[in-house]
Design a protein. Structure first.
Length: 69
């Protein structure tokens, strides 16, 4: 009888662990997508020169994006 209870407890803990991992991965995926979108928006703004008002050379765009954003 005790063995059955222990098995059910282990199955329950395993299920909860898998559920936690699933939702954690979904959260990280959504967060990564939003960060990529923000990065694309930032690079678009840098590419069009809207951050400082004048167009930048491609190498300078990357340097400014990495150092300041």
């Amino acid at each position: 009888m005790i063995m059955i209870i222990v098995v059910f407890l282990l199955v329950g803990v395993s299920f909860l662990s898998a559920l936690y991992e699933f939702f954690g991965l979904r959260y990280r995926l959504m967060r990564a997508k939003t960060q990529l979108k923000r990065f694309d928006d930032m690079m678009t703004r840098v590419g069009s020169g809207t951050i400082i008002g004048i167009p930048l050379a491609p190498n300078e765009q990357v340097l400014r994006a990495v150092c300041k954003w």
